[in-house]
Structures are given as C-alpha cells and as structure tokens.
Design a protein around this ligand. Sequence first.
Ligand code: GDP
Length: 370
Amino acid sequence: LADDLRCIGCGAQIQTTEPDEIGYTPMSALKKGFENEEILCKRCFRLRHYNEIQPVNLTDDDFRRLLDQISGTDSLVVYVMDVFDFSGSLIPGLHRFVGDNPILLVGNKIDVLPRSLRRSKIKDWMRQQANIAGLRPDEIALTSGKNGDDVPALLDLIERYRKGRDVYVVGVTNVGKSTLINQIIKEVTGERQDVITTSRFPGTTLDRIEIPLDEQSAIIDTPGIIHQDQMAHYLTAKDLKYVSPQKELKPRTYQLNAGQTIFAGALARFDYMQGDKGGFTAYFENNLMLHRTKLEKADAFYQQHAGELLAPPEADHLDDLPPLQRHEFKTTQKTDIVIDGLGWLTVPANAIVAAWAPKGVSVLTRKAMI
Ligand code: GDP
C-alpha cells in the first residue's frame, strides 16, 4: 500500500495486515473506500457509523506522551484494571503521570469471580495492590463491561468525583476497556448517534475519543498500552479462549498429599512439597484441564505431554511459551497462590508449595479470599 494512504478520520497510515494496530482496514473495506473516495480505518469507521470504539495498541513513547498530557490537566482519572490479572493491568509509573488528579480505580471483569467471593474483599485486595504500586485511589468500583449492569452505578460515581471536570479513562490492553467504554457510550448517548467527537493527541496519530457529559466536559478514552507480561501475549487467540474465564469460575477441589502435583494445561504447575493431607481448591477457567500426577514424575510428564494432554498451548505454539519458572511459598494461613491472568489455587495453612508459571508472568499470594 502507498505510504501516503491515510485514514481521513485519524490520519493513521492505512494497513491491512495487523488488525490490532492503528490504521487497520480490511482489504474488502479498502476497496469500498476507494469507490466512495472515503478511506477510514476500521476503528474510525466503527466510531463514525456505530458510535463504537475499537481497541488500538500504542508504542511506549506515544503512551508516555499521552499520560504526560493528563498530568497537565485538572481531571478525574478512571483507571480500568482486570480483577483477574492485577499485575498484568499495571501501568508502570502511572502515579507520576496522574499528578494531583483524583483516581477512580475500576476492577473490571467482575462477572468471572465466584459469587461467594465478597465484593468488599476484592476491593480491599485491590487497594492493597494499588498502594504497593504507589497509587492512592480515591474510590474503587467493580464492573463487568460485558454484562453492563453496573455501568449506571459507575457513571454515578464518576459524576460524584469529577466535580465538573473532564474524565480520562486509561488502561492497558485486554482489561476490557473498549467493551466498558462501549457500554458507557450506550448509557450516555442513548439513541443519539452524533455525540461522539474526536480530537488528536499532540505528537501522535491517535485520536482521543470524547463522549460529552455536559457543555464543558467529556469522558476521554485513551488508547491502551501493551503490557508484555500478560498471559494473553503468550497464547494464540484460540488458546486464550481456554484460559480467559467467560463465566463465573467454578471451584474444583482436590485432596492432596505432599508429593503430588497439579498441572493447569501446560501453563502452570503446583507441587505440594510438604504438609499434611489437605484440600486444595483451584479457580481456573472452567474448561481448562487440570491434571494430577506424582511430583517425582511431574518433570517427565510435562516433557512428554505438554502441547497434547497438557494444553493449552497446543503443540505447534509450545515454542512461543517462555519456560515455566518455579516460585516456592510457605504458608502460615489459608492462602491463594495467584497466577496473574490465569487463576489461583487456594492452599491450606502450614504447607510448602512450589508454583510454576511462564517466565514473566506474575505469581503472587494473598490471604485466601474464600
Ligand atoms: P481492551 O483491550 O482493554 O480494550 O479490551 P477488550 O474490550 O477488547 O476486551 C478484551 C477481552 O476481554 C475480550 O476477549 C473480551 O471479550 C473480554 N472482556 C471484556 N470485558 C469483559 C468483562 O466484563 N467480563 C469478561 N468476562 N470478559 C470481558
């Protein structure tokens, strides 16, 4: 394609090969665009015709510039995270960019957590994790952009905290920000199709999408940044489906003796090193196969079965997966060992457990939430 072929909406260079990058236009749409002498990237097309935003990815430099912008404004920052992938949702250095602006922390994808998990506990845990990351959220909200039920409540909260100011919505990719914004657009615009405006972020080819709230202020959606250490980046779209919970997680409980191992596909492994016989409860996508073996045979079992019996990933993508790395934990109370973006195992007190996860993916512990 010619270098100077640009989207008339956002000015991005048109390309037809990378659906998740800026300027993407499917070949079929490009042909139509030539006929109508109006070439729009898919993102701008959908925005114009459906008032719907599409996720785009940004380079780190563009993202820094964008965050820098926010620090110079007097606004409310709405920071969207995935409750199932806390570390993978972190924006490094966000606290520096937010400046003195208030933060509303949104834990999204709440629909996948078991109903027996109390909402107040999730919020407490999110606050702790946010504090560790240097953030002091003014308020924490829980949402599911997917079912959209809590969007009106979120908008009430936004209204309370923004005090007439603009609202910037930030988040890394895959946290469900686009889905949530689309729900917000529906809620705010109702039947009106013409309310969304775009304006350019200086120094980038990216539009910011503005959803007007009143005469003076708007909700401004910002593009997501890629967080490399997300489980999502190591898996194909198909494999990811087996891993990302679509529905409420159903706990699976195992009575384990020391010397036993549980595999979660080929993506994670838990070795019960030491402790009394006890109940271990796994919270992973309901279709993800869990396998129990003897610890002494676990290495050989993995060698032999990864990519087949132990999947995802499937055999042809196994090479893309970083090697599993071992993290050993000693518990003094009932503890969740969380593999970010994948799920968690609740282990009893007074146990020594080794958890294995792809190198780069965070493994953390917390007091058992259920
Ligand atoms: P973005 O990259 O942050 O804009 O995220 P998307 O909105 O594109 O969503 C990323 C993935 O998460 C998609 O597979 C969505 O189906 C899924 N997703 C988005 N919102 C939710 C939610 O509220 N609940 C659940 N379970 N999945 C969601």
